[in-house]
Design a protein around this ligand. Structure first.
Ligand SMILES: NC(=O)c1ccc[n+]([C@@H]2O[C@H](COP(=O)([O-])OP(=O)(O)OC[C@H]3O[C@@H](n4cnc5c(N)ncnc54)[C@H](OP(=O)(O)O)[C@@H]3O)[C@@H](O)[C@H]2O)c1
Length: 271
């Protein structure tokens, strides 16, 4: 049985927002958009492997939202070593003198993800490292990052977890078996978290096809010709979404009384 959650405007709370995969694409857009929307004095912790790109996102936030605090930390979610996940938040708090007692809310956004090898059909996936790497980034690393976040903010009264999901979590796309299966596993993990703890608001948000590096790879590298053509045609005919359009919809969804653990797509009608 899934828990229903009470309606409240999460943007009005003084919040610590963690975005993993904040350097580019949807994660960058989420970071900047959330910085505009959250209550002044909120803290943004931006993570990804690319420190320079994170620095650029931080600069944007500093210019546009000088009342927010933004810190960055290089982090490879696919490097599955216990110590990386055990210590990441304590290190960030210590290095940046962040006191978590002052937050009314903590929000974790899981945007980091990889398509993996989309140049092969399922039966051609013979390389152990390729298969492992995809699940390390998309599943194992996301789970461990999430647990690290929940432990670090154990005392925070409101916690919200947003998994950037995909239609591919629900529907198979030919030659995307690693991506589809890892996104499906990730959705189910977060659905399970939602039933285990009704005090955590959990959302699996599928952003629709967006104009990002990943979106470009979909239309250029996909092996299955019909899938490649579908995304190339969508791009040519202007049907690919801007990140901003998709993230504006995410913000609308977050203000509804969605069922915790729900999978909500950009194209879904919301109340
Ligand atoms: N674009 C779409 O059409 C679309 C559609 C549905 C769902 N999604 C989902 O949306 C999310 C973001 O995708 P996007 O389109 O914005 O992709 P993107 O432009 O390729 O960006 C991917 C982000 O994930 C980060 N990342 C990748 N591997 C990482 C790792 N090992 N450790 C830490 N961070 C890592 C990247 O940062 P670094 O490279 O700096 O580490 C980057 O910030 C993904 O979860 C994806 O599945 C995208």
């Amino acid at each position: 049985m899934q828990a229903s959650v009470k309606l409240e405007n999460l943007f009005q709370k003084k919040t610590c927002v963690v975005v993993c995969g904040a350097s580019r694409g949807l994660g960058e857009c989420i970071s900047v958009t959330f910085a505009r929307k959250f209550s002044a004095g909120s803290v943004f912790i931006l993570l990804s492997r690319d420190g320079n790109a994170l620095g650029n996102v931080k600069s944007k936030i500093n210019v546009e939202c000088p009342d927010q605090v933004c810190v960055t930390r290089e982090f490879d979610q696919g490097n599955i070593q216990q110590k990386n996940f055990d210590s990441v938040f304590q290190e960030i708090f210590h290095t940046n003198s962040i006191c978590i007692a002052g937050f009314e809310q903590a929000v974790m956004v899981h945007s980091a993800g990889t398509l993996g090898d989309i140049t092969k059909y399922s039966k051609e996936l013979v390389d152990a490292e390729t298969v492992r790497r995809n699940f390390d980034v998309n599943v194992t690393g996301a789970i461990l990052m999430n647990s690290a976040f929940l432990r670090a903010f154990d005392e925070t009264s409101q916690r919200v977890v947003i998994n950037i999901s995909s239609l591919a979590a629900l529907q198979p796309f030919s030659s995307w078996s690693l991506y589809c299966s890892s996104k499906a596993a990730r959705d189910m993990f977060f659905r399970t978290l939602a039933v285990e703890d009704p005090n955590i608001r959990v959302l699996n948000y599928a952003p629709g096809p967006c104009d990002t590096d990943m979106g470009k790879d979909c239309r250029e590298k996909t092996k299955a010709p019909e899938v490649k053509k579908f995304f190339a045609d969508a791009f040519e005919s202007g049907k690919i979404l801007s990140c901003q359009a998709s993230i504006d919809k995410l913000c609308e969804v977050l203000l509804t009384n969605f069922e915790s653990g729900a999978h909500i797509d950009y194209y879904d009608k919301i109340n």
